[in-house]
Design a protein around this ligand. Sequence first.
Ligand SMILES: C[S@@+](CC[C@H](N)C(=O)[O-])C[C@H]1O[C@@H](n2cnc3c(N)ncnc32)[C@H](O)[C@@H]1O
Length: 288
Amino acid sequence: MTLVQTETGFDLYKEKLCIGRCTLACGGARTDIAALWIAPDWRRRGYGSYLLRQVLHRCGGYRRDDASLFTAPLPAGPGEAAFWAKFGFAPEGGRLARRRRPDLSAVRFAQDFLAARLAQPRLLVDATCGNGGDTAFLCRLAGAEGRVLAFDIQPAALEATRARLAREGVPEGRCRLILDSHANLLCYAAPGSADAVMFNFGWLPGADHAVHSEAGASLRALDAALEALRPGCILSAVLYSGAVIGDGEKRAALAWMEALPLTKYTVLVCRFANWADSAPLPCFVIKK
Ligand SMILES: C[S@@+](CC[C@H](N)C(=O)[O-])C[C@H]1O[C@@H](n2cnc3c(N)ncnc32)[C@H](O)[C@@H]1O
């Protein structure tokens, strides 16, 4: 089976025969399905489900981290209603609607906080680029005018980040990938130049968990990050603890934050109150 994107949506082919069609209008997070049709001889064999699932995939309906809204015409009868309900569509304001809202995670919370507070940033730093999720976020936030520095000590992390930025269409030149410890941040960013420095400590997901951030380098990097920030700008850090990583780094980072002078910094430690004590802990330092 082949799904072909057309000017008005998607056609479903079985060999050379077009057996299904979905017409739609897609704008950002919203997709309005005008019609979903399967040729009469091919109905009741799962092709409608296949076509709709593919459309949801292609238009971002299964992306875990993004909100999405799909609408479709009201169903003609109970059979059709059951079909749409299987994919999460329910009547809403004269059409069917399927809404997805991403779960709030520590990483998402840190990103939302930065996005809400930074307008037209010029220099953003990802101090732990890992698989590139935060770097991609910072690149979007930086826009055409801004620049991003992304650090990691593992070549595999830089490769994963490079691939992620290419997949997301981030223009080359917006982000500089740096194979170095974040403790050396000030070798790459001048004091008072950064709008945000983002830390997401721990290990590289999918790699050897024995390689993870350590309290010593992390504290040096946190100090460097404060110096690199412009006044009014933000350091964000997601802290971890657990069986492999222990809790030394988390305790040291928290003690470091709590000791920052009130006259110079606003410090937030944002605990998810009904999560386990070992859950990721988003923290922010705003330089006054
Ligand atoms: C939890 S991952 C980061 C996830 C990443 N921000 C993302 O969105 O995919 C932590 C990363 O920190 C890196 N790291 C550990 N110590 C470091 C150091 N001293 N300097 C820079 N990166 C370090 C690890 O190699 C790992 O890739």
